[in-house]
Design a protein around this ligand. Structure first.
Ligand code: RIB
Length: 336
């Protein structure tokens, strides 16, 4: 991985913003600190190239960020982690909500470019329809995808490892005796919806689970309620309901409990994300905790590396989620 300004800061024992000022010759840095920073840059082999220096000279100190749906509790949590990471290097965040529309997303990209952001972090709404807007953005500023990604664009990405996550969930319910699983998730428009579906299919196949039904809609509480009503109307509940995110799981739990279904005794339920409500819903939700802090830190690190050297090879980082076991699969689970 390329040496970045973060490595120089760590070596010199100063903040990233001090390194930036020292290397750009700003007068606000004392001679001894400047010398320490330059020595550290030499030691770690930091390439302070002319393009990066020119870009830095025109910097606004603002990073743009676009999320697909700010009303989904997963996204405020990831935004908060990114904002905190940027504060470490004295930078601000300008946030936009794509409202689940690739057209709105593209308008927000234009708005952020018009405000001269130094770079763009984005979780694209649609793995296909978002590609054109991203190609336009990367012609003007460094772009890093976090969480979701678009196909057919050569951009850095960091997000959760859906393959590992779904394997954790399937193995967990399989160990508890599940043979019949229903996946309730979003459709394949987003990379999250598509990759979770593919990952679940592979996980059930390798676990020898042959009965797996897929109910695909959207990442929402309403969809969880609707899918639960479909299952109740069908008269036969699965051993486990694997939900594509926590909102779906919350909706399914609410509807099943409204009809007197015992969870987990009659049906186990798992979620994905570990949003704040997951440990408060009744029964508390077994789910996959997304490594939000690491995703945020790595996204900013990838962006800074790209700012320093636009020719770096594209990197894709999939970070493993943690299975958090609660009462929606194990009634005796210790409350967190
Ligand atoms: O909750 C919505 C899902 O979409 C999350 O799991 C996150 O990965 C986002 O992409």
């Amino acid at each position: 991985m390329a040496v970045t300004i973060h490595d120089v800061a760590r070596e010199a024992g100063v903040s990233v913003s001090t390194v930036s000022r020292a290397l750009s010759g700003a007068r606000r840095v004392g001679p001894e600190v400047a010398e320490r920073v330059h020595e550290a840059a030499r030691l770690v082999g930091y390439r302070h190239n002319a393009v990066a220096r020119a870009l830095r000279a025109q910097r606004t100190g603002v990073i743009g960020m676009i999320v697909p749906e700010i009303s989904n509790p997963f996204f405020p949590a990831i935004v908060e982690a990114v904002e905190r990471t940027l504060q470490e290097s004295d930078r601000e965040l300008m946030l936009c909500d794509a409202r689940l529309s690739a057209d709105v997303e593209r308008r927000r990209i234009h708005a952020l470019l018009g405000r001269q952001v130094d770079g763009l972090l984005i979780s694209p709404v649609d793995s296909q329809a978002s590609a054109e807007g991203l190609r336009e953005a990367m012609r003007h500023t460094p772009v890093v995808q976090l969480d979701r990604y678009a196909d057919q664009v050569r951009l850095d990405w960091v997000g959760v490892d859906d393959e590992a996550g779904m394997a954790h969930v399937v193995n967990h319910v399989r160990e508890l005796g599940a043979q019949r699983i229903v996946l309730v998730s979003a459709g394949q428009q987003s990379s999250s919806g598509r990759d979770r579906l593919d990952a679940l299919r592979r996980a059930t196949a390798s676990a020898g689970i042959t009965e797996c039904v897929e109910l695909l809609g959207e990442f929402s509480i309403e969809w969880g309620e609707s899918a639960a009503r479909q299952l109740l109307a069908g008269g036969e509940l699965p051993d486990a309901l694997v939900c594509g995110n926590d909102e779906i799981a919350v909706g399914a739990i609410r509807e099943l409990r409204r009809h007197g279904v015992a969870i987990p005794e009659q049906v186990m339920i798992t979620g994905f994300d570990d949003i704040f409500i997951a440990s408060y819903v009744e029964p508390a939700l077994t789910t996959l905790r997304q490594p939000r802090e690491a995703i945020a830190t790595e996204a900013v690190r990838l962006l800074d590396a790209r700012l320093a050297d636009t020719d770096l090879p594209v990197r894709k980082l999939a970070l493993e989620p943690e299975l958090v076991v609660r009462e929606s699969t194990v009634s005796s689970a210790e409350p967190e």
